[in-house]
Design a protein around this ligand. Structure first.
Ligand SMILES: Cc1cc2nc3c(=O)[nH]c(=O)nc-3n(C[C@H](O)[C@H](O)[C@H](O)COP(=O)(O)O)c2cc1C
Length: 165
């Protein structure tokens, strides 16, 4: 049977930055990710309860969603293959943090899009939890960038053409 990630693809990858109750930050990769509402802006992603990110979201119901560009594929992979329980992904991958405006988890320099979000809903569905966050603050430095699109496991796409209907 095909995996759901091989049936519904490609999916934009995002990095979710969280922190624990002591303020220790973490960053991890997510491609079960989507926008939900225009105004106010809401986003959703799905997290396995095995992730450190899940634990952090339970402790501190806030996150930053960062959308990486194609040049950042190595960060996408690095943040998605190691757990914050074992390593400090920020220093390991050379990601520089700065204070967010409204939430406890930090922003990370050099991402074109970063959204400060507050968790408003979290519920178990199968082997993941759906997390819905309300966007409280936007940091957008660039919008004409190429996102990293995920297929499954270690296979990605990049957009090759923009078409208008
Ligand atoms: C491209 C990519 C997409 C991923 N998407 C998800 C996802 O949507 N949900 C999820 O729970 N894990 C996803 N993962 C796995 C987590 O990123 C990975 O388990 C990570 O090590 C978790 O880190 P943490 O324990 O520090 O939270 C993805 C990994 C990669 C490489």
């Amino acid at each position: 049977m095909a995996r759901i990630s091989e049936i519904i693809f490609p999916r934009v990858t995002g990095l979710v930055i969280t922190c624990d109750s002591q303020g220790k930050p973490n960053i991890a990769t997510f491609s079960f990710l989507m926008p939900i509402s225009f105004e106010p802006k809401y986003v959703a992603f799905s997290v396995s309860p095995k992730r450190k990110t899940f634990e952090n979201l339970r402790e501190v119901g806030e996150f930053v969603l960062a959308i990486p560009s194609r040049e950042m594929l190595d960060k996408v992979w690095g943040c998605g293959t190691q757990s914050g329980r074992d390593v400090d992904k920020f220093s390991l991958l050379g990601l520089e943090r700065e204070r967010a405006k409204t939430v406890k988890p930090p922003l990370v320099k050099s991402f074109p899009v970063q959204l400060e979000c507050k968790v408003e809903f979290m519920k178990e569905f199968g082997d993941h939890y759906l997390v819905v966050g309300r966007v409280l603050e936007e940091h957008i430095t660039k919008l004409d960038f190429e996102p990293v699109l995920h297929y499954s496991k270690n296979i990605f796409f990049v957009p090759s053409e923009k078409i208008t209907v």
